[in-house]
Design a protein around this ligand. Sequence first.
Ligand code: NAD
Length: 310
Amino acid sequence: MSPANTGSGAGTTLSAPAAVRTAGGAVLLDGKMVAARVRAAVAARAAAFAARHGRRPGLAVVQVGHDAASGVYVRNKRKSSLEAGIESFAHDLPADTGEAQILALVHALNHDQRVDGILVQLPLPAGVDTHRVMDAVDPAKDVDGFHPVNTGLLAQKRPRLRPCTPFGVIRLAQEYGIALVGLRATVVGASNIVGRPMALELLLARATVTVCHTGTRDLRAEVERAELLVAAVGRAGFIPGDWIRPGAAVFDVGINRTASGKLVGDVEYARAAERAGWITPVPGGLGPMTIAMLLSNAVDAACLRMGTRA
Ligand code: NAD
């Protein structure tokens, strides 16, 4: 497979963005640019929703404590919400907030008619049962798509609110005309929030999916035969560029900070870009796509709740 030949599958080809190539030759999957397109479409839908219902779609963002990295994400999410015409309700709780208080807030937000989406920023402080908190979110307001009901619906091929990062990978692939049907796709990482739902999304798109994790015997062999690779491990340069199959589509979800303070992905980028057909940069790939899909989910949740389309 190569950018000139998007594979034998009959995947959806949307209006592909102009192909910009990396120094290595691969087409750059420009998440920042596609995310801007998605956000513009979300803003139009949010405006239509507001005109119809007399209020903007509402997104509550709950943060407990002051994890520096989460703080940046949360601020970005709030800023992007407002820019897209989505009302943002900020709930910043001190780090020593107990589980009962967090649950009480989630219950209140579940019943708040101005709130269509609830996002609880992870990680929660030690001692708080993350599953209990996430399970308490009304599945209809679960804009992260992490609730077991939404994961279950995705597993059953009837997705409703879809996990933002995996959904962002699919959207980026579609925008660049990467045909997913029949593709040999490998996901490295099997977490509940990225790897597993990613595998379900790729299966839904009718790729042939392999999932690798700490129990995988020969990771190199699995990566080498991948026509599409998603890396979601959380270790800088964990996948050597030489492992990338020539012409493969590489989606690097990892966000890692090096000792010098630079943000890098899980894939050794420079060498991988010489072999891949397509590759996402870090930063500027799945990070902006994740936020864009979150906003898209917020408007979807608002419309689903009101029983309308926008
Ligand atoms: P996680 O720690 O929950 O999961 C990591 C996964 O990697 C696990 O399933 C584990 O089995 C697998 N793994 C670890 N070592 C391995 C090995 N040696 N071989 C094979 N598999 C191995 O992490 P996560 O929450 O899924 O996040 C992964 C990365 O993605 C992190 O860098 C995180 O910051 C990033 N992330 C980015 C976005 C985004 O918006 N771009 C969103 C979520 C997560």
